[in-house]
Write a protein that binds this ligand. Structure first.
Ligand SMILES: *Cc1c(COP(=O)(O)O)cnc(C)c1O
Length: 394
């Protein structure tokens, strides 16, 4: 039997990522493929690095996209900065902090865990206590925006504490970049990684990373080679580093990089402060609607991410049945709970191009229709008005 072309439906993506991809980015990705050492392509690579410096708010020379998804950016930071025997303090307040621990241990390091409740920010006091108890620690790692819960930690304060104790920092900004302030230079972050499919409105598959001069020095002066050949920044830089000596390391994902370039051009056009403000404004509107329905947020207001809204599933409501109906009847995807929160919460993303008024209205209306039809005890007839009022800034 002949298999025919794959034609996916058009969905509205309001989960934890991927989020809606802007049509301009899809169009950019369909442009002609050229060689990865073609001078025209090399010129575009230099622009991508410069645009990423803007997105990260940094002048770090070692700023580039790793040719693989966010998890590979995470692995790049740990594989390059952790040497066997190194002690690393990992702050965990959700799923992704657990993956950091895995990374430390697979690099032969020792992970000292600082645990905070899921749904709360990382507590700086607990980090300080751990730093005092472990004066031999070399690195501190934490997730800025915990996508599994919707909690945002105070990256500036955590980095400052780490530096007071002579530790370098690894920060997960997969969900924060482009959606909420990330200021690499002002905050002194040493190594940071992100992803393209969350607040950058791009397709999945690339991971922007940036390393401070101190982190770059540490990578250059390691006592042993980085265990991973593909992720070794000392080798990757031979291709991404620029200059006339640029040589083949791996074949860059050419068309995916056209997409990232376009998404970063769009971020520059909007202005990064305006992008942050848009995410905050739209979060307020979604929040007004969800609370009018009677749903409650998992994370306390002051620790909440605007781009990832975790709400508790009402008593007696079938989690999977609701999400299936939203997908089938409204082409709307929202996220399920992860880990400890599986079956207990929904995660509603307002990331990048998905963070816009029409998505908020669709999400509130569709949730109300499905929940009311299933007999859930929610308030009907008030949520859309509440969201619209907040959208209008009233
Ligand atoms: C999505 C996500 C990742 C992993 O990114 P992938 O592109 O799925 O590999 C890592 N950390 C956080 C906080 C994320 O939200």
């Amino acid at each position: 039997m002949a298999i025919s072309s794959f034609n996916p439906p058009v969905r509205t993506l309001m989960g934890p990522g991927p989020s809606d991809v802007h049509p301009r980015i899809l169009e950019a990705m369909s442009r002609p493929t050229i060689g990865h050492l073609d001078p025209v392509f090399v010129h575009m690579m230099e622009e991508v690095k410069e645009l990423l410096q803007y997105a990260f708010q940094t002048r770090n020379q070692l700023t580039l996209p790793v040719s693989a998804p966010g998890s590979a950016g995470m692995e790049t930071c740990f594989a390059n900065l952790v040497e066997p025997g190194d002690k690393v303090i990992v702050c965990q307040n959700g799923v992704f902090g657990g993956r950091m621990k895995e990374n430390v241990e697979r690099c032969g390091g020792e992970a000292v865990m600082v645990q905070d409740p899921w749904g709360r920010a990382v507590d700086p006091q607990k980090l300080e206590d751990a730093l005092k108890a472990n004066p031999d620690a070399k690195l501190v790692a934490f997730v800025h925006a915990e996508t599994s819960t919707g909690a945002q930690s105070d990256a500036r304060a955590l980095v400052e504490l780490a530096h007071q104790h002579d530790c370098l920092t690894i920060v997960d900004a997969v969900t924060s970049l482009g959606g909420t302030p990330v200021r690499v230079d002002d905050w002194g972050i040493d190594a940071i990684y992100s992803g393209t499919q969350k607040c950058l409105s791009c397709t999945p598959g690339l991971s922007p990373v940036s390393f401070s001069d101190a982190a770059a020095d540490k990578i250059k002066n390691r006592s042993r080679k980085v265990q991973s050949w593909f992720l070794d920044m000392n080798l990757v830089i031979g291709y991404w580093g620029g200059g006339a000596k640029r040589t083949y390391h791996h074949t860059a994902p050419i068309n995916a990089l056209y997409g990232l370039h376009e998404s970063l051009v769009m971020l520059q056009e909007e202005g990064i402060e305006n992008a942050w403000a848009r995410h905050a404004h739209n979060h307020n509107a979604l929040k007004a609607g969800l609370e009018a329905l009677g749903l409650t947020f998992v994370v306390p207001e002051t620790e909440r991410l605007p781009q990832l809204n975790a709400v508790t599933i009402p008593e007696g409501v079938d989690d999977a049945a609701v999400r299936t109906r939203l997908l089938k009847e409204f082409n709307l995807e929202i996220g399920a709970g992860l880990g400890d929160l599986a079956g207990k919460v929904w995660r509603i993303g307002l990331m990048g191009h998905a963070s816009r008024a029409e998505n908020i209205v669709l999400c509130i209306a569709a949730l109300e229709a499905v929940l009311a039809d299933m007999g859930a005890s929610i308030n009907t007839g008030v949520a859309l008005g509440a969201a619209q009022k907040a959208l209008a800034g009233k």
